[in-house]
Design a protein around this ligand. Structure first.
Ligand SMILES: Nc1ncnc2c1ncn2[C@@H]1O[C@H](COP(=O)(O)OP(=O)(O)OP(=O)(O)O)[C@@H](O)[C@H]1O
Length: 250
């Protein structure tokens, strides 16, 4: 569903991704771990074209664009097709970036209202259902600044889900939160994973990766050093670099 083939990315002279090969299949929950600056966020951002890759290929959801098959890549899509693909990738950032002048409910309805052509009633019903699923229905008429960071991040997840994405990308979604608010956001993500959502999660939360990931990727210095099941990576890492990292963080 997502495939990166020999992806390189440089910022000026700095080569941040050095030949990434990665396939994420439908229904997988892939957690990406690794030291600060190893290129995790950049790799995620290359998946949805927030960054333009320097070389290599990125394939997303072959089934979404009928003529898109292996051998073609995102750069060959028309703007309309690229935009369709992007709406199929929900993204949740470290900072929640909710619209401050809109209520919680309006934050969820505004983007689908612009692109999906649903009736007002259906938009609201759907947004309310999503807010219930993240435990925030009672906050629907509040403005974001009245919510805690954890609540705002749960709204941001619901907002991404309102676009009916087939894949959700999370870029360190809990690292800007006070420690006591981390659990409630991880709980929402866990529920999403259990519901079968395809997810790619850049995270420093090793407990989450161990419990929820179907596959863990360890990155260091712009390369995938090792990947495997949570048990393989956390209990029986093979590579010295993985061992050294885990010794530091666990
Ligand atoms: N827009 C940019 N311009 C220049 N350099 C960048 C840019 N974005 C990232 N970098 C550099 O690329 C490297 C990798 O950054 P990236 O954010 O992908 O790492 P990361 O593994 O996600 O780190 P962290 O865990 O600290 O978020 C870093 O050295 C960073 O300074």
């Amino acid at each position: 569903m997502i495939k990166l083939k020999n992806v390189h990315k440089s910022f000026g002279d700095l080569e941040v991704l050095k030949g990434i090969n990665l396939t994420v299949e439908e229904g997988e929950v892939v957690c990406i771990i690794g030291p600060s600056g190893s290129g995790k966020s950049t790799m995620l951002r290359c998946m949805n074209q927030l960054e333009t890759i320097t070389s290599g290929k990125v394939f997303i959801g072959f089934n979404l664009i009928s003529h898109m098959e292996e051998g073609e890549d995102l750069l060959k899509l028309s703007e309309k097709e690229a935009s369709k693909l992007r709406t199929n990738l929900g993204m949740v950032f470290q900072r929640f970036n909710l619209f401050p002048h809109l209520t919680v409910l309006q934050n969820l309805t505004i983007a689908p209202a612009l692109v999906k052509g649903l009736s007002e009633k259906d938009l609201v019903r759907k947004a309310e259902d999503l807010l219930r699923s993240v435990g925030l229905y009672e906050k629907k008429d509040e403005y974001p600044n009245k919510l805690s960071g954890g609540q705002q991040q749960r709204v941001a997840i619901a907002r991404a889900l309102a676009m009916d994405p087939t894949i959700m990308l999370f870029d360190e979604p809990t690292s800007a939160l006070d420690p006591e608010l981390v659990g409630e956001v991880l709980e929402v993500m866990k529920k999403l994973a259990e519901g079968g959502m395809t997810m790619v999660v850049v995270t420093h939360e090793m407990g989450f990766a161990r419990e929820v990931a179907s596959r863990v990727i360890f990155m260091d210095e712009g390369q995938i050093v090792e990947e495997g099941t949570p048990e393989e990576i956390f209990d029986h890492p093979k590579m010295d670099r993985t061992k050294a990292f885990l010794n530091k963080v666990l």
